[in-house]
Design a protein around this ligand. Sequence first.
Ligand SMILES: Cc1cc2nc3c(=O)[nH]c(=O)nc-3n(C[C@H](O)[C@H](O)[C@H](O)COP(=O)(O)OP(=O)(O)OC[C@H]3O[C@@H](n4cnc5c(N)ncnc54)[C@H](O)[C@@H]3O)c2cc1C
Length: 495
Amino acid sequence: MSDLAYSPAGFLQHMLGDALPHDLPLDAYESWWETEGRAISGTVDRAGTPWIRQYDRQANRVDELVFPAGYRDMLLEGYGNGVIWRAFDPANEGLTAVYALGYIAGYYDTGLYCPYTVSLATAAAVAKYAAPEVRARYLPRMLARDASVWQGATWMTEARGGSDLGRAVETVAQQTRGGWRLTGEKYFCSNANAELAVVAARPEGAPQGVRGLALFLVPRYREDGSLNVYIRRLKDKIATRSVPTGEVELRDSEAYLLGQPEHGIYLIMEVLNLSRVANNIGSVSLMQSALGQAQAFASERQAFGKRLIDQPLMRRQFEDKWRGLREAFALTWESVLLADATWREVAGGYSERFHLFRILTHLAKYWTAEQAVQYAKWAMEVNGGHGTLAEFGVERLLREAMIADIWEGPPHRQALDGLEAMERKDAHRLLFAHLAPYADARALQAMQAHVEAHLALPQDEKEAGAFDLFDTLAPFVATALVRKYEATEMLAGRS
Ligand SMILES: Cc1cc2nc3c(=O)[nH]c(=O)nc-3n(C[C@H](O)[C@H](O)[C@H](O)COP(=O)(O)OP(=O)(O)OC[C@H]3O[C@@H](n4cnc5c(N)ncnc54)[C@H](O)[C@@H]3O)c2cc1C
């Protein structure tokens, strides 16, 4: 079995060859994790959720978050290496560069990848939709390469739910002479201490449902320096402890409208789409990490006269897991390439390629998050009893994977939104045309017929069978895409 399991940078190079963005500090970032980051990350996970200091000694409300030692260094290592600024730097390769770096972060710490993910989505929304003076004021701060960097956050979900935002969002946006003011509560706010957040709210008088939602930029502090956003409490989570997730109150909070209010739901979806691509990267890197944890143990452990890894049943499992990892990676990297090709498109002017990106991203989020859970469970099984012990960190993977499965929209959301993209935008036809060069023609035709037949079902049946459809379609697409990567010689001679 290959040592590649232990090196996220090595695996990226193996899978992508010359297609990997050049001049990225992937090896150096991985070395930093091995020598310093891994230990910090383990401490943060064991120490639990950060603390909140709500008032200073003079009884002023401050809502400061307090982190275990080393956390800030761990966070800044990624920002410095370019998890955000490289996306906007003409000398770099856009989103492919930042997602490649994200793969390294995700391999070591799924939770830490969240601040980078939501900061990227915030920066993209500001770059595309903020008024010029707002963009000029805030974007450079988010692209800083040193400790002065500002973080972003993406707050949509409210107490009544994250899936049905049209019903759940009660935060109201009021237009005043001095600009917009937001009042309401957000229930799941990751990166709760970010300097900037993009927030879904309903302008006064706007229609009910998702069409009435708009997207706003909300700074943590008001113009006069006082708190603009109040962190009511932090969530006590099973994992992703490297990102503080809180409940946030907006009280007449200063805000800037992004884009046109009637395009709000599209802007919200754009934010989510970029985060879903990151979730795909985080899930696949977690799969690799799980494979590494399984391999490290099975290569040493002896049972019945052989190393575990040499036992036929175990050997077969490792072969299957390697194959599955490559397929999941191919599916994910395709979502990265399509994100990179479409992320500068703006609401109201989306191309067909954008709809292809959407369906592929739904499939990849659905599939890779589920695979990550399965890989983490399997890694625990391979480690036997040790797999269940917190001191070895294997069980952490399962806790992290369960969150990756739920945030950015649980599997139901991916499958149902994917169906909608197929019905309304013919996204499946775009997908099959995209796959044609790599998939067996008859198999492709049969799959297309299967999808078309599903879409023709009555609505209830169509929804009820959405998982069956995605469970067939996602691995089919992943298998075809692995061939694409082999065909373009990225994998030639390296498998
Ligand atoms: C650690 C963590 C951090 C988070 N951070 C953020 C954040 O920073 N910003 C943010 O906006 N949100 C955040 N979330 C919220 C997350 O996006 C939501 O939890 C998620 O979208 C689901 O919403 P919900 O929890 O309200 O579940 P609900 O919407 O109540 O759904 C419950 C279940 O029903 C399913 N379901 C919903 N509709 C249907 C349907 N029509 N058919 C079948 N099944 C359906 C859902 O898929 C889900 O499995 C975070 C969540 C977690 C766990």
